[in-house]
Design a protein around this ligand. Structure first.
Ligand SMILES: [Zn+2]
Length: 359
């Protein structure tokens, strides 16, 4: 298969030139740059021994040298460790720049390939958007991915009236001030149990055995499945909230502090709050929505959203309560989400802290 060969050639170029640069430094204290490695590659391709490098598109192979250059630049700037050799079992990738692929808005054909790739798209590429780079990769679970970088102009969506308060919770992933409760993705917990079982099985297999490799692939596949499902859940929800609301108010949580508490940690990692906040932040910026952050010390659970009475205590175990002042019966989380919304609107009216949060 052309892709497998391309991955192989790109990996070879990367590793070969890494060795070349390392040797030059240790043997002659000579620093080899991108241009020298590029010239060396051209020379290599002319020798009969390495003629096979010509069988694949030259672009991904050349890009591998650029990546190596970046890895060295990061090393010299003390941003990263010394570059590592790329191994056959890890993530494989090939990067194609404009001259090395054809994209007609529907089908993607890579250089040295006759047929377009059969792709199951995870999202649509906006019409008329100029794709500048395609990266084809294969992960440890043996799945192929294509990512396309494009120059895309994001237009703000037309304004809507709705505003929403969001309370991130443990029993539910999110509770909205509208009264809607969005379930914690419990499916993940089941999959995680399966994953743990597969990992235990893997640990028992003998090193280097065929069965171990099989078990390893199973673990990688399960893991990939969980990551995908979680990402999908978070994207769907963040997109929906941004589409439906002009203002989204959310309580900023001390995610890191809470994760120290092991009892809560599992649910929190399941729920991926910080990833959710990250998505809301950039989507709000893209589409011209306002994301308001409420201080985490704000007593959103203890405050009656009807009359403003503040309860003295509100342990986590209390799921619903009756306000002693006005008699309203509150669902703990919906009440909190309503307070979050009210506080967010008050804050944004005063022009404070309306910047998207930095989490
Ligand atoms: Zn009340």
């Amino acid at each position: 298969m052309v892709l497998a060969r391309t991955f192989g050639c790109a990996r070879f170029a990367y590793n070969h030139m890494l060795q070349f640069r390392t040797d030059a430094w240790y043997q002659r204290q000579e620093r080899i740059g991108y241009h020298e490695t590029s010239a060396a590659l051209t020379a290599l391709k002319k020798t009969p021994e390495y003629a096979w490098l010509n069988e694949v598109s030259s672009v991904p192979v050349q890009q591998a040298l650029r990546h190596l250059q970046t890895a060295f630049a990061n090393f010299f700037a003390k941003r990263a460790k010394y570059p590592n050799f790329r191994c056959k079992d890890g993530m494989q990738s090939a990067e194609y720049t404009t001259s090395a692929f054809k994209w007609d808005g529907k089908a993607l054909t890579l250089a040295k390939m006759r047929e377009p790739l059969a792709i199951r798209w995870s999202r649509t590429i906006p019409k008329g958007c100029k794709v500048t780079t395609c990266i084809v990769s294969k992960d440890a679970a043996g799945r192929y991915h294509v990512s396309m970088l494009c120059k895309d102009v994001v237009c703000p969506k037309s304004e809507v009236d709705a505003k929403v308060g969001v309370d991130l919770g443990l029993t539910h992933f999110a509770i909205l001030s509208t009264g809607e409760k969005i379930g914690a993705p419990n499916a993940f917990r089941k999959s995680e149990k399966k994953l743990a079982k597969l990992q235990r099985r893997l640990a028992k297999k003998q090193k280097g055995s065929a069965n171990r490799n099989k078990a390893k692939l199973k673990v990688a596949r399960m893991h990939a499945k969980i990551v995908d499902a979680r990402r999908d859940f978070l994207h769907k929800l963040s997109t929906r909230l941004i589409n439906e609301n002009q203002v989204i108010v959310i309580e900023s949580l001390a995610v890191k502090n809470m994760q120290k508490n092991s009892r809560l940690a599992k649910s929190i990692s399941d729920a991926s709050w910080s990833e959710f906040l990250r998505q809301l932040k950039y989507k709000a910026q893209w589409y011209g929505r306002t994301l308001v952050r409420i201080d985490r010390w704000y007593p959103s659970s203890k405050l009656c959203s009807d009359c403003g009475h503040t309860a003295a205590k509100m342990p986590l175990s209390v799921r619903s309560w009756t306000c002693p002042e006005c008699g309203s019966i509150h669902d703990r989380d919906i009440n909190a989400a309503r307070n979050v919304l009210a506080a967010g609107l008050a804050v944004s009216a005063h022009g404070e802290s309306v910047n998207p949060m930095s989490l």
